[in-house]
Design a binder for this molecule. Structure first.
Ligand code: FAD
Length: 481
């Protein structure tokens, strides 16, 4: 009997376009598809924040259940173990005489440390290890830059060079069948949220833009729903700055972050839509945004650990302010600035926030409040259903003046609110205390007279907080210096 090959699934919870699995199948050996539920993912990390909150944990468990069902339909089963990969993998290698372990590489310090620990732990065995690259649209080996140092620090030249000098590889086919598990190998149980120590069910508030169900099945269905059934792609560039509803943007991010869908699958669907329906700025813009995702991944590759340093990848020294009450107000959505509060409450209650919202709340924390940007990034890491290490930390650094934005901008939050939520429907959706406040006050309710506050059932300081900061003064400080 041929010695088995172990496919270690990580943030690639799918069967389509999966190079390690395709490679394993081409070797014609028994295959052990493994996922390790690593307790470190459920630890408390920076500033006592949990690394993974209940929305993402639930999404992950749903994705594992879906992958297990898909593998069962192909003749195999997902093996699940709770433990550190560097302990679990060598044990399985010993027990089942595994010849080779294969997986996708990941970016991020902790992720790399785990890879190194697995390599070390496999050293005493005779099992080989084969790594593949699959996180980005453009393959890392196809970058038109000889080494990480040559990668520009700015998006536009990176994108232009990629588009001109590189191309996107073909997808790997979804297998028709996967060989059964070796005899005697128990697939193990997929833990529940309570096994992982959660007392929250991880179900987003019903006001959420989407229910966000994890797994490849729903990922591919969402791509079909957004691009084909809903025909939303042709308007994407016009709607992508929206705030309410399922379809102002694709909402692909959570499935991309868990690898339930590959970026190349989305790319191919966009290209097919361009051929079969219409090709316009909006259809291109979806690819443009996927290149932003690539850009931050490659910046993570270039800067490694520096992505998590206070001075960020661009090594900018800022005299950050420590002020716990301001951070708490920001995090809990009680700053007295409705656009910030509505977005933070959406995040806290659903695990999702629009891109427009993310930019504004990041600017509020790092620019207006001058609080260490990494606290915001760590808070997002805990809360987001679509947390992706380089997209999150790269965007946070970018929006905080320590990353790859050559212009180092801040957001005028009330102006943004009036532009993107002109009727106030978004802030009222998340802040019911503003339900009766008329449109012209809804983004600055503290400017109402005391009589108006009573008339509109929103007494500042009682029903809704006083602003914790004078935003205009913060912009003055930022402009001067
Ligand atoms: C402070 C901050 C933190 C963020 N953290 C994350 C994160 O942890 N995970 C994450 O996936 N995205 C993150 N983003 C990027 C972006 O906000 C989300 O990808 C997007 O809002 C997800 O919604 P969507 O899938 O509907 O996006 P769409 O507008 O439909 O875009 C399609 C896809 O393009 C990619 N994309 C779009 N904008 C960006 C961007 N600015 N950077 C990187 N990729 C992008 C995403 O994969 C997204 O799913 C962050 C942005 C900011 C400003």
């Amino acid at each position: 009997m041929a010695r088995p090959l172990l496919v270690w699934f990580r943030n690639d919870l799918r069967l389509h376009d999966h190079e390690p699995l395709s490679y394993a199948l081409s070797e014609e050996r028994p295959i052990i598809p493994l996922y390790c539920v690593d307790p470190r993912h459920f630890d408390t990390v920076w500033w006592d924040l949990p690394k993974t909150g209940p929305f993402r944990a639930r999404f992950l468990l749903e994705s594992l259940n879906d992958l297990r069902s898909s593998l069962e339909a192909k003749g195999s089963r997902l093996v699940v173990r709770e433990g550190h990969p560097e302990d679990v993998i060598p044990q399985l290698v010993e027990q089942h005489d595994v010849a080779e372990v294969t997986c996708y590489e990941q970016l991020g310090t902790e992720e790399r440390d785990v890879e190194d620990a697995v390599i070390d732990a496999l050293e005493p065995t005779d099992a080989d290890m084969a790594f593949f690259w699959g996180q980005t649209l453009y393959h890392i080996d196809d970058l038109p830059f000889p080494d990480p140092e040559a990668l520009p620090d700015v998006f536009t030249p990176t994108r232009k060079k990629l588009e001109k000098q590189s191309s996107i590889r073909e997808q790997y086919p979804t297998p028709d069948a996967v060989p059964p598990l070796p005899d005697g190998l128990d697939a193990g149980r997929i833990p529940s949220l309570s096994d992982l120590g959660f007392d929250h069910d991880g179900v987003p508030d019903e006001r959420s833009v989407l229910p966000f169900k994890g797994g490849e099945t729903r990922a591919l269905d969402r791509v079909d729903e957004y691009i084909w059934r809903g025909d939303h792609l042709k308007r994407y560039k016009k709607t992508r700055n929206g705030l309410l509803g399922a379809d102002y943007s694709s909402k692909f991010s959570a499935w991309l972050a868990h690898g339930c869908v590959s970026p190349r699958y989305i790319f191919d669907e966009v290209k097919r839509y361009e051929r079969e329906r219409t090709s316009n700025k909006s259809t291109y813009w979806m690819i443009f945004e996927l290149i932003w995702r690539d850009f931050f991944a490659f910046i993570g590759w270039k800067y490694g650990d520096r992505l998590f340093h206070q001075s960020g990848p661009m090594n900018v020294q800022v005299d950050w302010t420590e002020h716990e009450p301001s951070f708490e107000a920001w995090a809990s959505g009680t700053t007295g600035i409705p656009f910030v509060d509505a977005n933070m409450r959406e995040l806290n209650q659903t695990g999702f926030m629009s891109n427009r919202g993310r930019q504004n709340v990041a600017s509020m924390l790092a620019k207006s409040l001058n609080i260490d940007w990494r606290r915001g990034a760590a808070y997002f890491e805990a809360k987001l259903v679509d947390y992706d290490v380089t997209s999150n930390w790269g965007n946070w650094a970018y929006n905080s003046g320590v990353g790859n934005d050559p212009r180092n901008r801040y957001f005028n939050i009330v102006k943004q609110a009036k532009r993107y939520d002109s009727d106030g429907n978004y802030v009222r959706h998340w802040l019911p205390e503003l339900a009766d406040v008329p449109d012209h006050y809804v983004h600055e309710p503290h400017t109402m007279s005391h009589e108006e506050q009573k008339e509109y059932n929103c007494v500042i300081g009682a029903d809704y907080p006083e602003p914790i900061v004078n935003l205009e003064k913060t912009y003055e400080r930022l402009r001067n210096g």
